[in-house]
Design a protein around this ligand. Sequence first.
Ligand code: DO4
Ligand code: MG
Length: 286
Amino acid sequence: MKICCFLAGDSRLRIGLVQDDQHVVDLTPRGITALSQILESADPVAMVNAIDDVTKLPRHSLSNVVLRPPIERQEGWAAGVTYLRSKKARMEESDFSATAYDRVYDAERPEIFFKALADKVVPTGESVGIRRDARWSVPEPELALVINSSGRIVGCTIGNDMSSRDIEGENLLYLPQAKVYDRSCALGPWIRLGVTEAEAREWTIRSTIARNGVPVFSGETRVDNIKRSFEELAAYLCRSQSFPNGAVLLTGTGIVPPDDFTLQEHDVVEIDIAPIGVLRNLVVTV
Ligand code: DO4
Ligand code: MG
């Protein structure tokens, strides 16, 4: 089951049930005006299934609506160095901090960092940013866990943890600047509910970067390459910290373009996790 936030011809944000990846049913007339009503319920899938007369609700073609980020007031966080590929990339980019990445991969405590306020998150179809003061910018295609205010993982979506590798490689203390800037976090296209970790670990994450319509990079990884369990990541995020509005936690990247690759303005980044959907964003300089 997939739920989304969308606009349909006016400025009113609507909550939708995505059907066959082609249509969206507007749940707003049934009093569902926020994703959190679903995410905070005891059983989100059962709650949506219990909505009366879904066939009588307005149904739109997805091509006629504008998808908004599937996040409301949740905080956006990210885990790092959860894939061996990411650990190797980080160690290569940094003389200065290589041992820190090596250690955190094996440490009991994961790396978790703040990524974005909800109203700064970019949806599919809008632009992600590369910093104008960075020389080496990459997308980080990641599975993102949707966590409710009780700390329970209730769904997942696709995340792009846009990053400036030269800035994080120069000094570990620059990590917030490498990771948090305008348009540095994209989420979407929607939330998939009711997936177990075992099911998600069967999935493949694929990413393509196109320049002038021609692919200049493509890569893939399996979710199962994540070293830590989803519960472990969520539990660390929620240690000594409450999330009254819930959180979205990106789970780290296992797809890293070659070291001589940097994103350019007008590139198009696509991240595809087939059982969820496709997150597609143009790149702009910010
Ligand atoms: O420590 C740097 C961040 C790593 C990261 O974002 C990732 O592995 O996805
Ligand atoms: Mg990342």
